[in-house]
Structures are given as C-alpha cells and as structure tokens.
Design a protein around this ligand. Sequence first.
Ligand code: CTP
Length: 411
Amino acid sequence: MDIYLVGGAVRDKLLGLTVVDHDYVVVGSSPAQMKQQGFKEVGKDFPVFLHPETGDEYALARTERKSGRGYKGFDVDFSSDITLEQDLERRDLTINAIAQDETGTLFDPYQGQEDLNNKVLRHISPAFAEDPLRVLRVARFAARFHHLGFSVAPETLSLMTELSNQGELEYLTAERVWVETHKALSTKSPQVYFEVLRECGALKVLFPEIDQLWGIPNPEKWHPEIDTGVHTMMVLEQAARKTEDVCVRFAAAVHDLGKGVTPKDQWPQHRGHEEAGVPLIKNLCRRIKAPKDYENLAVHVSRFHLHSHKMFELRAKTVHKVLKSIGAYKKEAILEQFSLACEADFNGRLGLEDKPYPQKALLHQCYTASNKIDAQPLIERGYEGAKLGDAIERERIRRIKSVLEKEKAAQ
Ligand SMILES: Nc1ccn([C@@H]2O[C@H](COP(=O)(O)OP(=O)(O)OP(=O)(O)O)[C@@H](O)[C@H]2O)c(=O)n1
C-alpha cells in the first residue's frame, strides 16, 4: 500500500501556514488490511481509519458518484485498484488536491501548485457539484485566504452560481451550514464569505435576511457608504479586526436586519429597525440552528446598538435598562461582547473606521459603578423580596447617574 498526505495539510504547508490536522489517503489497501495493521475504523459512509499512535485520519482512496439529491445518496467505490489520481479528482479545489508521499515528493495532477502560486480557488472537475456544501467551502476559503490575495476563478463562480440557482443548496442540513458559517466567521476576513455567497446567488438562498440589505439606503450623514449591505460587511470587517470572538462577529453580521423590512416610503430613515430586526434574527438563528448565546447577543445588539451610540445623551434610568436587559449584571462577559459589536457598527462606516468610540468606556464605567451593590444595609433597613430588588435597582441608577454627571462636568 502507498500512503500520501493530502488536502489541507499539504496546501497549508505550501502556503507556509501552521498545519493542524494531517489527513492521509491510502492507495492499494482494504479495510481488512488496515484493521490488521492496527488502524481503528471510524468512517460510517466510507472507510476512514485512525492511526493507532498519532490519531491522524487515514482514508482509503475512493471515488464517489452522487445517486440522489443532497449529501446522502452516494455510490462510493473504495476497491484497492482506485488510483491516487482518481481519489484526488473527486475533491473540491485544485489547491486541496495535492498529495505528498513519505519521501516528500508532491503529486499534483490538477495543477494545484500553479493555482496556489496564482492565488486562485479553482474547482477540479464537474464532480465539484456532487456536494453543494462546496459552494460554502469555496466562500470560506476565499475569506480565509483573502489577506493573501486569493480569489475565486470565474469558472468556479459560474458553477457555484448554477448550483445555487438549481436549488441544490436547499438540500444542505442546517448543521452543515452552521458549521461552515462558524468556520467562515472565524477567518481573518469573514465579510468575504458573505460577499462571495452573494456573488453566486447563494446568500439569497441561505441568508435571505442579509441578502436583502443590499440596495437599501441609509442617511448619508451617518452612513457615508449609504448602502446597508455594504455597511453590514464593513461592520463585520471591523468586528473581525477587534475580536476573535465569533459570537460578536455573528452579531455584527445581523445587527441591522431590521432595515431590510423598513417600508420603502420611509427610506433612508429606519425608525424602529432595532426592534424590527429581532424576529428576523430569531428566525435566522433557529433555521440554521445557531447556538442560543449567539441568538441572544445578536438580539441585544439589534435592540440596543443605538442606545450605545447615544450613551452621552442617555438618562441613568435608560443606561440601567440597557445593562439589565443585555444581562450584564448576571454575566459580565456579555457587556464586552455587546459593546465590541456596537463599536464595530460605529467604525463600520466609510471614513469612520478609526474614529474613537468613547461610548464603550462610559458604558463600562456605568456598569462597574452599579454592579456590586451591598444588599446588607438595605436588608437591615427592612427591605425584602421584590422591594429589596427595587431598592437595589434604585441604588444602581443613582450610581449610574453620578457617573454620567461627572462625565458631563468633565466635558
Ligand atoms: N466537501 C468536501 C470536503 C472535503 N473535501 C476534500 O477533503 C479534504 C479535507 O477536508 P477538510 O478537512 O474538511 O478541509 P481542509 O481542506 O483540510 O481544510 P481545513 O483546514 O479547513 O480543515 C479537502 O482538502 C478536500 O480535498 C472535498 O473535496 N469536499
């Protein structure tokens, strides 16, 4: 049998990036032979084995032919006469189809190295269409390698467009869409994922609530970039610049969904878009099965991002309402997440990318001043139950007021 390192490990090594997972393809072997050598079988749909010592994945070389719609319905052939070239041909991109043998020699029948040098994401063959998730994978790789100068080959974008228009994406499970989207949100340039999905028509299938933001204007005074889709991508870019927290990046991507449903006669104003976005966010999150903490933060950011921007004008009672509603008094970490997303919204505007956002520090100051209230003196004064709760709130508001007054005096 012959063993080759394949896929992401070879690609990332050639790009000079850190390699995390090592996947191998085994040519000329059988499940019985692999097990005999101590490998542990793990694949359900096709024969994949774990190395007894390293835990790396070893898959028998195989061909796949689609026999139904969606991910299910594959005819898999992993007989021992399947060649390395055949196995590489069924893969998605040329840059993912380079193999390396134990001596370090590269096998590159589909010119993946040339595409790596030219920074092109190009599909190998029409077999790309056999797994529609690859549309999302290409968009994700475009996001991941954007800073290196990669782009999608025109013929690959055409094929992705065809797959999107033919309804193939509707067969993807929510779980696969979320896993891919989460990975894309973790890349250096997550906005490129959504931009590529939009270019090939996949965004309107997978995330229609985001897709409809293009073409919707904002007042130029606040939004020199005007278009809500453009703004949303700028906000996501800013969020990625500020934090690796995927939950914040996701909230940034959906913070203005409410603008997508503003009646046209009110454009470019979007009164009430903060609340109008809430059902759209909830619907999207439930559809793609995003975790609850992602949905919660996104809802808070939609509801209160304008409050955050207006921090210097708010009354103490309103600041308290924001802190309480987002759950900051119960879970401190949410305050930083919330204000990072709001800051990203503020900086995600043409010409304001580096403008300071002092609102964030002021909100944190209000929180610090009002977070720890010693209930004991209140209890001693006879407060209990709901009355005690009210008294704690009044004390919180009093302390927030004092922070805001000090801030005003200093201006
Ligand atoms: N839908 C898919 C998934 C995977 N592959 C192939 O299987 C390899 C391993 O897949 P995976 O581990 O998901 O991706 P990587 O390319 O290794 O990228 P990452 O670094 O994101 O794991 C890929 O390189 C590609 O050759 C594919 O062709 N089509």
